[in-house]
Design a protein around this ligand. Structure first.
Ligand SMILES: [Mg+2]
Length: 516
């Protein structure tokens, strides 16, 4: 019998041709572009009607003959005339668990070990993984969509970044007092219990001041993803509340990476969960820097927000008011607007993406702009606290572009040293005017400030005036820092500091327009 079905393969494609002239035509079961597994029936054909054999037709005994696919792949081309089908192999780019999401191929243990799979954040499933190429392709599409919309991506933490949640039960009177005072910025939210779906656990949430402004100002500039270590139910309830009562459509449960999506891992967060291969358009806002080991450069580490203090819970009418109006979100939204403006200013002029990491770094560096600090620590502080405090200050100074000079023996003995010439500021945490080091810096006419100056600069990402922090003979130590008045005093200057080139350009255009 003559060979009916011919299969020819080149490197990538497989062509199946029906060679018999007796065959009527080829009828595809799958359409062009459709994927299937190996062995699946992909097309059928009939023999031509034999003349004078109406009986055959009547009895419907002309049975179809099926063509089974010799590969995992898809139909590239169907040629009815030529009675041929060209198949292309599936590249297995997307996996659902261990099955290829396109053709159903099941990976072997060996292949699983070798594979390098990327997850793209998808609300559809946490089991979906991609190979590097298709992850890149998919991201490219998403990124282009953002570029067209002139948006950047923001990964936003919830707890202690934009809110403080507290599991305490408040009595009605206290709650009403807070509600009256803070309106939609405080709420008792019911979270569905994970194990008993009928039960709702109540949690009190206090949102950070300026949250509404934060969302409205960034609405057209950032696609915001919520990235939290909190549980899915908890985060979804908060997102819902924010959308309903604070600002509409600011967050979405479809763009939520919760503890469950993060596979229960609570010590590590990574941009890879959302954008596995592109990081230059992603900004992170989080109060914890230790969880972002891989993406420190994308991170804007905000001062943690703690509204409820245990000691105040018995007397809710005296919460730490100063903390309530810490104004951190106002500064952050200005900084985020700046990053967006600089990114798109550069992009418009050069058609190139300047990484947000560089934009953040350059701007924050310009706060202290190479200023050099020396830190004299109180002898009475415990050794372990000393190390912690020193480290903390060192990191904050460095992030804002300054430098903390290492302890120097000569200086510590109160002896003049060449090093002093290069130091701008002495930081102290206790005022002892007889101290040798303090005297030495005074003699050299250097500024002497209480060290919490650094924390406040770091909180506002701005070099605030020395006034309140300057040491004089009377001041012992600053016990109370009035953040609100410091903020109000600097507000306009902070806004000016965070104006991007794009903002300035727009302002000029407006001015000209008004003149005309
Ligand atoms: Mg947090």
């Amino acid at each position: 019998m003559e060979q009916l079905i011919n299969i020819t393969t080149n490197l990538s494609d497989t062509k199946i041709t029906i060679s018999s002239a007796e065959v009527e035509k080829i009828i595809p079961i799958f359409q062009e572009g459709q994927f299937f597994s190996k062995g699946v029936k992909i097309a059928k054909f009939f023999y031509k009607k034999r003349e004078n054999n109406e009986k055959e037709e009547e009895n419907n005994i002309r049975k179809p003959i099926y063509i089974q696919s010799p590969i995992f792949g898809y139909i590239k081309k169907i040629n009815i005339e030529e009675k041929s089908i060209v198949l292309s192999p599936c590249l297995h780019e997307v996996f659902y668990g261990n099955l290829c999401a396109k053709c159903g191929y099941k990976r072997t243990e060996e292949e699983i070990k070798k594979s390098e799979n990327y997850k793209i954040y998808s609300s559809l499933s946490n089991d979906l993984t991609f190979d590097k190429n298709s992850a890149k392709k998919m991201e490219e599409k998403v990124i282009n969509r953002y570029l067209n919309k002139k948006k950047l991506i923001l990964l936003l933490d919830l707890d202690n970044t934009i809110l403080h949640a507290c599991g305490y039960h408040l009595n009605k009177e206290d709650y009403n007092y807070l509600k009256e005072k803070y309106k939609e910025n405080i709420s008792e939210i019911g979270i569905r219990n994970k194990y008993d779906k009928q039960r709702y656990d109540k949690i009190i949430i206090k949102f950070r001041v300026h949250l509404k402004e934060f969302f409205s100002s960034l609405e057209n500039k950032y696609e915001i993803f919520t990235y939290t270590h909190g549980a899915q139910e908890y985060a979804s309830s908060i997102i819902q509340y924010i959308n309903n009562y604070i600002y509409p459509n600011s967050l979405s449960t479809e763009r939520l990476i919760s503890r469950e999506v993060n596979n229960g891992i609570i010590k590590n967060k990574t941009i890879k969960k959302v954008f596995p291969t592109k990081e230059n358009m992603v900004v992170i806002i989080d109060d914890r820097s230790d969880v972002w080991k891989e993406n420190k450069e994308n991170l804007i580490n905000v001062h943690g927000y703690f509204f409820f203090f245990d000691e105040y819970m018995n007397n809710i009418k005296a919460p730490f008011l100063n903390y309530d109006y810490d104004n951190v979100l106002f500064v952050i939204l200005n900084l985020l607007n700046y990053i967006h403006g600089e990114f798109y200013d550069f992009y418009e002029r050069n058609k190139l993406k300047k990484s947000v990491c560089i934009i953040i770094k350059e701007k924050l560096f310009s706060v202290f702009n190479n200023e050099k600090f020396y830190y004299l620590q109180d002898e009475k502080i415990a050794e372990c606290d000393k190390i912690y405090l020193r480290n903390n200050i060192k990191i904050q100074i460095k992030k804002l572009g300054g430098e903390l000079i290492e302890n120097n023996e000569e200086i510590n003995k109160g002896e003049n040293s060449d090093l002093i010439k290069n130091i701008n500021i002495l930081l102290i945490d206790r005022n002892d005017k007889d101290d040798k080091v303090i005297q030495l810096f005074k003699k050299n006419e250097k500024k002497i400030l209480f060290c919490n100056y650094i924390n406040i600069c770091f909180m506002f990402y701005y070099k605030i005036d020395y006034d309140e922090f300057e040491v004089n003979d009377e001041k012992e130590i600053i016990k109370f820092i009035d953040l609100v008045s410091i903020f109000n005093k600097h507000k306009e200057r902070i806004i000016e500091f965070y104006k991007s080139k794009l903002d300035k350009k727009k302002e000029k255009e407006k001015e000209i327009e008004n003149k005309n």
